[in-house]
Design a protein around this ligand. Structure first.
Ligand code: ASP
Ligand code: CP
Length: 326
């Protein structure tokens, strides 16, 4: 195997001086515009390699511990696929009740255990701040795959990658976030990440009890991004370039009666979408539970299935970066 590559993004040797080598990925606040450009460049290379050869040996011999304390389909399986497409392997802990977590083992101890066996740890956990706690306990890189209502940084990276792929730009955009903006961690990360681009306008459409948290709005506002809150989509849909739909996060409600009041508050369908631009995209982190009618799936603006696929390339890029191979 050669020790160097002519491809600047995919050197074969481990580069311990690379910017992201050994780093944790906890928050989108770690990513500048230049970092994003770099991630997208590597993700493009990954996509090309997957299309050409399917699987290759960039991370051969490396092991990922995939530790999920909450349900997941996409994040868990795309990290597994990413590691395996790069020639590495995975310790899957998708059901923590079958691990020693059910005997009462603490998160730091669980992390200390897994770092003995793995080179990188992906963690999803119901508590905000858990990824930072895990990163503190670990000498190996920890990647936040969702920490309660906090952040979902790898989702926001794949979301911005999707916006680039769909519309070709991250500046000069009106982005409308719809649904559960209070408990939806994906919109907390995405609003923060978009706030560093130029001429961005953010519209937040939600029921009154599910508004975007003040903390996020203050951070985004401090970057000079105009933000406006609405309870109905009608007024803002015609100007929207990206409509980012979210699921009402049933599992986060303290009072189930409150969930009943707001579930089904918004449903995107072909009739509603008649007033939207021809060149725009509808995104959703998924899973959907009725917020987007399946009748809309064949519309060219429905980007949510492509968005899922892009997640594979972005996560391949992130694994290669933190393991010093990009
Ligand atoms: N899958 C995303 C998350 O884990 C969105 C959702 O569950 O609604 O945050
Ligand atoms: N988008 C997302 O995080 O999906 P999963 O919850 O299925 O991982």
């Amino acid at each position: 195997m050669p020790t160097t590559s002519t491809n600047p993004h995919l050197p074969f040797g481990e580069n311990k001086n690379a910017d992201w080598y050994g780093k944790d990925i906890i928050s989108v606040k770690q990513f500048s515009r230049d970092d994003l450009e770099y991630v997208f460049g590597v993700a493009h290379e990954m996509r090309g390699m997957v299309e050409r050869v399917g699987t290759f040996d960039l991370l051969k011999g490396k092991i990922l511990a995939n530790l999920f304390y909450e349900p997941s389909t996409r994040t868990s399986s795309s990290f597994t696929a990413a590691m395996e497409r790069l020639g590495g392997s995975v310790i899957p802990i998708n059901e923590v009740k079958y691990s020693s977590v059910s005997k009462g083992e603490s998160l730091p101890d669980t992390i200390r255990t897994l770092e003995c066996y793995a080179d990188v740890i992906v963690l999803r956990h119901p508590e905000t701040g858990s990824a930072a706690i895990a990163a503190k306990a670990s000498k190996k890189p920890v990647i936040n795959a969702g920490d309660g209502v906090g952040e979902h940084p790898t989702q926001a990276l794949l979301d911005t990658f999707t916006i680039m792929e769909e519309l070709g730009r991250l500046d000069n955009l009106t982005v409308t976030m719809l649904g559960d903006l209070k408990y939806g961690r994906t919109v907390h990360s995405l609003a923060r990440l978009l706030s560093q681009f130029s001429n961005i306008k953010l519209n937040y459409v939600s029921p009154d009890i599910l508004k975007m948290p003040k903390e996020v709005m203050d951070e985004v506002g401090a970057k000079g991004v105009p933000q406006a809150e609405y309870s109905s989509l009608e007024k803002v849909l015609p100007e929207t370039d990206i409509l980012y739909v979210t699921r009402v996060q049933k599992e986060r409600f303290e009072d189930p009666a409150d969930y009943e009041k707001v579930k089904g508050a918004y449903v995107i369908d072909p009739t509603i979408m008649k007033v939207a631009k021809k060149e725009m995209a509808v995104m959703h982190p998924l899973p959907r539970v009725g917020e987007i009618s399946t009748d809309f799936d064949e519309d060219p603006r429905a980007a949510y299935f492509r968005q899922m696929e892009y997640g594979l390339y972005v996560r391949m890029a992130l694994l290669a970066m933190v393991l010093g191979k990009a």
